[in-house]
Write a protein that binds this ligand. Structure first.
Ligand SMILES: CC(=O)N[C@H]1[C@@H](OP(=O)(O)OP(=O)(O)OC[C@H]2O[C@@H](n3ccc(=O)[nH]c3=O)[C@H](O)[C@@H]2O)O[C@H](CO)[C@@H](O)[C@@H]1O
Length: 368
């Protein structure tokens, strides 16, 4: 293999696809500093902002998914797909990648399809315990499919599956010694108990409603909360509560330094996205998971149950969150022994080094 292999990483849409992609890129750069990486995403989606912020170049395809409730918008879809495949072919002709990686999301489809037409080897990284139609179809010609769950041979050819776990950005899970700096950056008191609420990369309506309703209970116990609302909900919440609602309450749209929030927290309330769970296993804090009921095949419940059956997290249903979530978090803050058990058990479920294992698999495709 030469010292400057060229690799395209494609996909995005939500943080759940983007951040594993960045983690793989970072690992590739650590292993082969001279490698050239180009990201390909979808115009208008989160990756077009987050990937350059992580220090990588990205090109956008004009592609979207099926839009519910708008026949007119969907009429353009076949043309967008064709146009995107054409642009993907052009990108491959120009960049001349040695290998391609697909992490899921709209841009992955056209890019991997173009790679297959051009005979360029590609690897799929599937974060969840189920695979959508596009990934299943692309999996037929993939050289390797790196997965995080068992029984994925129901979706992909068994001989090419490798269970690696989900890749996470190292800097996000490196929280040792950051408790004080985390609290300071978030303008919180490092000596007070703190709950972190994260609704995944987009935020979660149910978590927001549950927190907003019970803020007085949190304040009454002099507990602090780092509350990540998500972009869609932030404005409404700030309009209702104001930015400086109470010194114990820090409201943020998105946490750019997730490590500092993880470090500052004593208990974490979270949706059960696969990437967040992989991080939670590595940071080893007591966690309450509220799986989103609005995702394909109810996969967040499956993600959460994998932990709950090992007594590694508390599960609260979306339906009952508004009534019970905050009370449970406040209870968990006080129950030191239970918190320690949860922390110990979640740590046992970590699959570290997924980023480097996957990066090495990508490099093997080039040598092969
Ligand atoms: C509603 C939806 O479709 N959710 C899916 C999406 O979740 P979502 O996009 O929320 O992704 P994950 O929960 O997997 O990961 C979230 C990522 O965003 C980061 N982060 C989050 C909040 C923040 O303020 N700052 C920040 O950096 C986290 O550290 C993590 O790296 O992709 C996941 C992986 O395919 C799926 O399992 C989820 O079901």
């Amino acid at each position: 293999m030469n010292n400057s292999p060229k690799i395209i990483i494609s996909g995005g849409g939500t943080g759940g696809h983007i951040f594993p992609a960045v983690a793989i890129a970072n690992a590739l750069k650590r292993i082969v500093p001279g490698c050239e990486i180009l990201f390909v995403g979808a115009i208008g989606r989160m990756e077009m902002e987050k990937v350059p912020a992580a220090g990588y170049k990205i090109v956008g395809l004009n592609i979207s998914g099926i839009q519910r409730g708008s026949i007119v918008k969907n009429l353009a879809l076949p043309f967008k797909v064709l146009g995107s495949v054409r642009k993907a072919m052009q990108l491959i002709n120009d960049f001349k990648p040695d290998a391609v990686v697909g992490v899921g999301g709209y841009a992955s489809g056209p890019l991997l399809y173009a790679a297959s037409l051009k005979g360029i080897p590609y690897l799929i990284q599937e974060q969840n315990s189920y695979a959508g139609v596009t990934n299943k179809w692309l999996g037929k010609k993939a050289s390797k499919i790196c997965v995080a769950f068992d029984d994925m041979d129901q979706f992909f050819p068994a001989d090419r599956i490798l269970k690696t776990g989900n890749p996470v950005r190292q800097e996000v899970v490196d929280i040792k010694g950051k408790h004080y700096s985390g609290a300071e950056l978030l303008k919180l008191d490092p000596l007070k108990k703190t709950i972190l609420v994260t609704g995944g990369s987009l935020g979660a309506g149910t978590l927001n409603k549950s927190i907003e309703k019970h803020l007085p209970d949190i304040i009454e116990q002099d507990v602090q909360v780092i509350w990540q609302t998500g972009k869609f909900y932030y404005k409404g919440i700030i309009e209702r509560l104001g930015l400086d609602y109470h010194p114990n309450v820090r409201i943020l749209e998105f946490l750019n330094k997730m490590d500092l929030a993880y470090a500052a927290a004593d208990v974490i309330i979270s949706r059960a996205g696969a990437g967040t769970i992989a991080e939670l296993c590595l940071i080893k804090k007591p966690v309450i998971l509220v799986p989103s009921p609005n995702v394909a095949e109810d996969h967040q419940t499956k993600n959460a149950l994998a932990l709950v059956k090992n007594n590694a997290a508390v599960l609260i249903n979306d339906r009952s969150a508004e009534d019970t979530l905050v009370a449970e978090a406040l209870r968990l803050l006080k129950d030191k022994a239970y918190g320690e058990t949860l922390s110990e058990n979640i740590g046992k479920m970590a699959l570290p080094a997924a980023d480097e294992i996957i990066a090495n698999e990508v490099l093997k495709l080039i040598i092969a």
